[in-house]
Structures are given as C-alpha cells and as structure tokens.
Design a protein around this ligand. Sequence first.
Ligand SMILES: Cc1cc2nc3c(=O)[nH]c(=O)nc-3n(C[C@H](O)[C@H](O)[C@H](O)COP(=O)(O)OP(=O)(O)OC[C@H]3O[C@@H](n4cnc5c(N)ncnc54)[C@H](O)[C@@H]3O)c2cc1C
Length: 462
Amino acid sequence: MNGVFVVGAGPAGMFAARQLALAGFEVFLLNRDIKPGGLAEYGIYPMKDKMKSGLRKQFAKVLELPNVHYFGHVQVGDAYNLSLAELEAMRPAAILYTCGAQGTKKLGLPGEDLKGVYAAKDFVYHYNQLPPFASMDFSTGKRIAVIGMGNVAIDIARWLLLDAPGRRTEEVVIVARRGPAEIKFDRKEIEYVDRHIVREQLVAELERVRERCARVGQDASPETVFEQHFRRLKDAAFASVPPRLSFRFLSSPAAVLRGDGDRIRGLEIAENELVLRPDGSTAAKDTGERTTLAIDTLIFAIGDKHDARIGLPMGKDGYATRPVPEATKEVSYEVWDPSAGHAVEGRFVAGWARLASTGLVGIARHDGEVGASKAIEFLKGLPDRGTMSANEIQARLEARGLRVVTKPDLALLARAERRALESGPASPSGFAENEAMFQAIDRERELLQTSASEGSQLVPTT
Ligand SMILES: Cc1cc2nc3c(=O)[nH]c(=O)nc-3n(C[C@H](O)[C@H](O)[C@H](O)COP(=O)(O)OP(=O)(O)OC[C@H]3O[C@@H](n4cnc5c(N)ncnc54)[C@H](O)[C@@H]3O)c2cc1C
C-alpha cells in the first residue's frame, strides 16, 4: 500500500488530508494536540464561535472519510515523541508536513526572559485552553504592552480589555516600530476595541510622530489615520470607555526592566525615525533616544517561526524548500536538503509550515490543498512502498509508550465536552489538561459500555 502521512491537523493538514483521501490514498494524520484544528481551534478568537464551529464541522467531515486515520497526541520530531527516522520506518509513500509555525521569535533583548513577558502564540494558546498552556501561569498586571500592530495584537488587546475574567487590566498599549501608515490590523478587528481609545490621547500620539512620518511621505494626520483605521473616532459624539487602549508609534523595544523578584516593571523603548528603502518601503532606524514605558506585562505579537526541533532541513526563512528562480512566481512545496543539494523525495511542506504566520484559514487551506496536489502528482505510478496499516501504526506508536488519540476517542471527548458544558455554569468548552481529556475519554467509554450492557442503543457520535 502507498499511504500518505500528514504531520499536523490544522487547517492546512485537514484540507490536505481530505484531498488526498478523495484521490483514493490512505491518509494518516499525526497531530501534536489531542484535538484537531490547530490555530483554528486554539488561535482564532474564542468569541468567534460561528466561525470556529463551522470549521469544526468541516474538520469532522474530513475525519468521517474512512481512509483518513487520526493519531492525536503524537508530536513528530527528532526532539519529540517520534523522530523522523521512526516516522520513515513506517514506510510512508509521501509525507506532507503541515505542522504550522511553532517556534518563537526572540529579539535577544536584555530581560526578555523575565516573568510577565510572553510570546503571543503561547498567550493565545493559554486563553484558548490548549494544554499545557491552558494551565500555565500567564498572569497579567494593570498595564500591558503588546508589541506589533497586526490582527493577533488586536485579538490579545480585545481579550484583555473585554473578555478576560478576573484580570485587572487598566491599559493596553500597542507598541509599533513604524508609523500608522504600516498598520496591519483589519478595520473589523479594531472595531471590537476602538471604544477603548481615548481620542485626545491618540491625536497627541499622532501629532508626536507626524513630522517624522511626513519626512518619508507618510500622512500621519489624525484626519487621514481616523479615516483609514478608526472611523468611529471621527464621530463628534464618540465617548471612550475604560479600560484604555493606546498606541505608541515609532518605538522599538530595547530592554525589559526588572522589578521585584523576576517580574518585569517596565520597557525601555528606542525612538525611531523612518528611512526610505530603494524599493519604496520604509525601515525603522534607531535615533538613539530612549524612553521608559511603565508597564507590568509585555506580549510580543511579532509573528512566529518554524520549529527547528522537528529535524527538517532548515533554510533562510524556515524549512528549506527547493529553490526557485527569483524572477518567477513559482512556489516550491518540496523539502530540500541544502547539504546534499537535492529535494528530499516525496516530502512536502504546506500552510504555515511553509510560510510562517502568513494568511488566514482560507489561505492555509488553499496551501494545504496545493501541497496535497503536489504529493498526488509525485505518487502517480509510484511502486508499492508497503506503508504500514493503521493498526500497525497505532501498535507501533503505543509500543513507544504514547497514548494515541483516535477517531473514536475524539467522538468520546466531544460527548464529554457537551456533558461538561451542560452541567457547569460557564464551564470552559474544553479541558485544560491532556490528562483531564484522557480521563474524560475513559469515563465516556465506560458509560457507553455500561449502557450497552444494559441494552441501551447509545453509540458514540462526532
Ligand atoms: C491569534 C491568531 C488568531 C487568528 N485568527 C484568525 C481568524 O480570526 N480568522 C482566520 O481566518 N484566521 C485566523 N488566524 C490564522 C489561522 O489560524 C491560520 O491561517 C491557520 O490556522 C494556519 O493553519 P496551519 O494548518 O498551517 O497551521 P496551524 O493551525 O498552526 O496547525 C498546525 C498543526 O500542527 C500540529 N503540530 C505542530 N507541531 C507538530 C509536531 N511536531 N508533530 C505533529 N503535529 C504538530 C499542531 O498541533 C496543529 O494542529 C489566526 C491566527 C492566530 C495566531
């Protein structure tokens, strides 16, 4: 048999699996998390329930395909549960890596490892209840700086300002190295939180950087910036509500300042000016001037990078892929071995594993599907590689001491989650720890066995 392994069950992996299964291949999904979905489950804002449940339904349909096999709670990688050599020993005809961008970017700043300093992905995993982040300490104080001005930074601000139970947020400051012309967040995202902006404060900040922006031809006047990004603030009757959302432009983090114990007490920031690059884009240049922001929490929302600990060959911008001539618009999905100077036969990357932190779910889906079509092309006419069966793979994984989560287990977990939601007031939709999920799966199985032995017709459903 020629079976295909898909490593990572986020949107890219799930839609790739669907395409491969519909083309007639046996597909084996290996996923780090117990539940499928990746950032669609554990990244997308918790209150976007309609979008999240729509995606969950689509993923459930993929898992209903009889030739898609699911192995959750299996972290592939040389530094993890299952090394690449062990994976290869199961004789996959092709492997598509769709494991996302799990590495964390560090700026190398003094004090970066102090308590109260977080990477956005970890923080978002925490409030979206992904184990083990769900039960880790992500405490925040009253003044929180979020570095970056994309949609992820605004999601985090939204959670802290509106939806974080028991937090003491008084102000969230969005810190950006360049000016308002480089805002990356969408208008519909900022509209969730724009009521928290104090108009006079934003006007003062824009006036502070206006001259520096004008030197590179950027219009940072309040009229222009409000029109482009903050329409509600144009209304004369606009009234701000606490807690505050403020902005600090042309500012790069320079050092994290230590307070009591190991906790952050402030952020030293470098004041920037803007310089034009030959291609017309702008770069931030340190003026040498320093300011201190009194904050007690710092969250870096500057994108993620590829996880080098998996053991795939690395290139300049993540996992190495076959080089393509720069002048062409061609995109390569083939894993490339730079030391040998050739592609690794039948091994592909797609989604955020190909291009870290790039695009919404629709883009990741498309990329997964294109990656799958590259694998299908490769598999055409390939001699039988004798890929292990689903039972053999499961037995091999269990022999490694792994507690593997299968499709029937997911159905049991879904039942347990429904039960928890029905019984607990405001009980979270998920379980905060893997162990709790395993216990819930076992409990549901026992309940079903008991009902079956008592003659009930109950069967697990997804
Ligand atoms: C905070 C945040 C909010 C977002 N909000 C939106 C939104 O509102 N709307 C929208 O359309 N898009 C949103 N996105 C973008 C969207 O989540 C991504 O486009 C999409 O999830 C990327 O899909 P992916 O499959 O490539 O990677 P991921 O979703 O990251 O999936 C990767 C999968 O690989 C698994 N994995 C990782 N390492 C391993 C390993 N070593 N072995 C096995 N499995 C592994 C993970 O468990 C995960 O299941 C958001 C992203 C973030 C970060």
